[in-house]
Every structure is written in C-alpha cells, then in structure tokens.
Design a protein around this ligand. Structure first.
Ligand code: PLP
Length: 398
C-alpha cells in the first residue's frame, strides 16, 4: 500500500513541479455565461460547451421540471432487464429523424457510446483507421477492440489514404473521426473522407459531439454541413454540450448496426439507462435546437468578432469558424499562468497542456456561447490584452 502511495505521490509531485496539475474551480451558481466561483467571485465564463446557452435556459428548466414530475427520477436498471421506457424510444426515433439516420440508441454518456462501439461491431481481422486527435473516448473504444489499428495524422488525407491501402486485406475497414475536434475547433473534411472511404470500400464513423446543435443546417452537424449524411455509417454524439449540457449520449446509423449494438455493446448492456425524464427533456430540447437559427447566427457573429479581435491584438489562434477558439501559448506552465491571471481578473478560461494536447502545444481554449453578449467579449479582450503583454506573448502587429 505504501509502495503505491509513494509512487502516486511522486507522480503528483512531478505535475506540481511542472506547474501542470489540474485544479477544479468551485462553481456556486448555475452554469451560464456569467457565473460565480467560490472565493473568487463573479466571472465571465468562456469554458463550457454551452454553445446555444441552453444549460440554464428557463424553457429547458421548465421542460425538465415537467419531465421529472411525470417520469420520476431514475429507471434503476439496464434496459433489457427493467424494460425500456417508451419515452426513451420516442427520443431515439425523434433523434434519428433529426440526424437523418435509420436508427438511434441512447447511452448515459457519449464516452460510453464510443467505448462500446468498436468492440461490439468489429472483429480481430478488421481495421480501424483513426485520426490522431480523436477524442479520448474513441481512443479507449479502439483500445478495447481487437481490430487492427491504423492512425493517421490529424486531418491528413494523404496519410489517411496510405493507411487505407495498408489496411486493404481487412474484411472491414472503418474510418473513425471527430466531426469537430475539441482542442482545435477545426472540422474533419467529411466530403473528402467519404470520397476516400468510397474508393477503398471503408465505413465512416463520426463523433459529432461538438457539432450537433451548432454546425450545419438546423444544427444537424458536420455530415449535414458537408452534405454527406447518407454516406456516414455510424454517428455518435452527446446531450452534454449544445443540447442542454446535461448528460446522455447516442449512436446513430443503419438499423442493423443499432440492432447489433443493443445486443453486444457492453456499456449499454451493463450500465443504467438514460433516465426517462432526461429523454423527455432532450425531446423538448431538440425542438428548441431545430428552431434556434437566431441563436446560431448570434453565436457565429460573436465567434467571428472574438476570433478577429484576438488576432488583431497579436495572439496566435488556430484558424476556423467554430466557437472553440484555441489561443496558442505552446508552453504548459505559461498556459497555466495565463489562465490563473485571467481568473484573477474575472475571466474564466482554462489552460490545456500535455497530455490533453501534444507536448509544446499548450493553449488557452476560449469557448463562445450564444448566451454571451458583445460587452462580455470586450471585457475579456481587455483582460487578454493586459495579461498577454504581461506574459510577453503578443506578436508584434504587422
Ligand atoms: C465531450 C465529448 C465526448 C464525451 O461526451 P459525454 O457525453 O460528456 O461523455 C465524446 N466525444 C467527443 C468528441 C466529445 O467532445
């Protein structure tokens, strides 16, 4: 026991030494664009996936209150034992329609959905061809599966094609990619990926967690944006981001895949079902999201303004159009210092460093929400400028 404790103490001390130990702030208010953090007071919040501002929206709270009243709190077992609630099936059908896929099944998280996907569907001779920057849940899901693994450099189509050639003898090839990459805010080029998939007779799986609600017409995600909805074989996603920020995940795709997952996917078979009240709430949220063009336009305008203003100040940001805006600081300790100074000035944003991002690519990630107003961004920009100068990270403006 002391041997393990000593080893862990040393590992944690190493994090402290490198100033990269993660600290959790204590929220004392509901989630939103303005929050309070215990001991630090009010903050403008730039680190949630609350893209449409629904996490504390009165309409959503009303939906949830009515749903808990009607459906109770929990379901207290897995679906094949305790039964599958009709409202859960209704949500799956509605979501399938929204995503334009044959069928959907829900999980309690998207992490579980991805963890249980590959192993359930593929066998050892098959091949998974995976983007190097895919979400941890895809990486873990791939690890749990016996299929051969091929990794291609992030969004690099030349490498993807090489990997597809290497995997030529596999009976089934599955390309796996995030739709929007959480640390970069960039999109997978699904049109080109699907073209390669067709050329090499591969299936395509997309995790659209950061896209649904935000990207594409009516927020239908990256497949809809790239007009390849009918070329995507499997789609996973979450209710924990733009769709209200609660919990819940799903896999969508052909009926046969969903039928198989209901039998073979272990997080589905051995973990509790999504509470019916949450299914009912998400059903209502989908109606809101589908009609939320105004929120999306507002979000897009705020995002454009923030990206432009940060660039003008001399920050290096990853280009793009998604409300995830990575401000590159490269050095982990600097990212940590930057985030600390932001918080001291009432701006809540978080530094990311290895192993969450590759070595030497530390960054501050700013996330814009439709719940922000321009004055929030202006206040943040003023603080960014001061801290940027203080830490000497602004490029000279040309
Ligand atoms: C957030 C995220 C997940 C995890 O979603 P949860 O439902 O919160 O478990 C999975 N994949 C991607 C790409 C994500 O961004």
């Amino acid at each position: 026991m002391t041997r393990l404790a000593d080893r862990l103490k040393a590992r944690l001390a190493e994090l402290e030494k490198n100033q990269v130990r993660k600290r959790e702030r204590v929220l004392t208010t509901p989630q939103g664009s303005h929050i309070e953090i215990g001991g630090l007071g009010p903050m403008i919040n730039f680190c949630t996936n609350n893209y449409l501002g629904l996490a504390n929206d009165p309409a959503v709270i009303k939906l949830a209150q009515a749903a808990f009243k009607k459906y109770g709190y929990g379901i207290a077992s897995v679906r094949f034992i305790a039964g599958t609630h009709e409202i859960g099936l209704k949500l799956e059908k509605r979501l399938a329609g929204f995503l334009e896929q044959e069928a959907v099944m829900t999980y309690t998280t998207c992490f579980d959905a991805n963890a249980g996907l590959f192993e359930a569907l593929l066998s050892a001779e098959d091949a998974i061809i995976s983007d190097a920057l895919n979400h941890a849940s895809i990486i873990d899901g791939v690890r749990l599966c016996k299929a051969q693994r091929f990794v291609y450099k992030h969004n690099d189509l030349t490498e993807l094609e090489l990997r597809l050639q290497e995997a030529k003898s596999a009976p089934v090839r599955l390309i796996a990619t995030d739709g929007v990459f959480s640390m970069n805010g960039d999109l997978a080029p699904l049109d080109k990926i699907c073209a390669l998939a067709q050329k090499y007779d591969a299936l395509v799986m997309v995790d659209d967690s950061h896209a649904v609600g935000v990207v594409g017409p009516q927020g239908r995600g990256t497949p809809a944006l790239f007009k390849v909805v009918n070329k995507i074989d499997l789609l996973s996603g979450t209710f924990s981001k733009a769709l209200g920020g609660g919990v819940g995940g799903y896999v969508a795709g052909r009926q046969i895949y969903i039928d198989a997952l209901r039998q073979f996917s272990r997080p589905y078979t051995f973990s509790n079902a999504l509470p019916p009240a949450l299914s009912a709430t998400v059903l209502g949220i989908l109606n809101i999201v589908e009609m939320a063009d105004e929120r999306r336009a507002n979000l897009s305008a705020l995002t454009g303004y923030m990206r432009q203003s940060l660039t003008k100040l001399g920050f290096t940001i990853k280009p793009g159009s998604h409300p995830i805006i990575p401000i590159m600081l490269f050095d982990g300790a600097k990212a940590q210092q930057f985030a600390t100074k932001l918080v001291e000035n009432g701006i809540f944003a978080v530094g990311f460093f290895y192993p969450v991002v590759p070595q030497g690519e530390a960054r501050i990630r700013v996330q814009i929400s439709a719940a922000h107003v321009k004055a929030d961004l202006d206040r943040a920009l003023a603080v960014f400028e001061v801290v940027g100068k203080e830490l000497g990270i602004l490029k000279p403006i040309t």
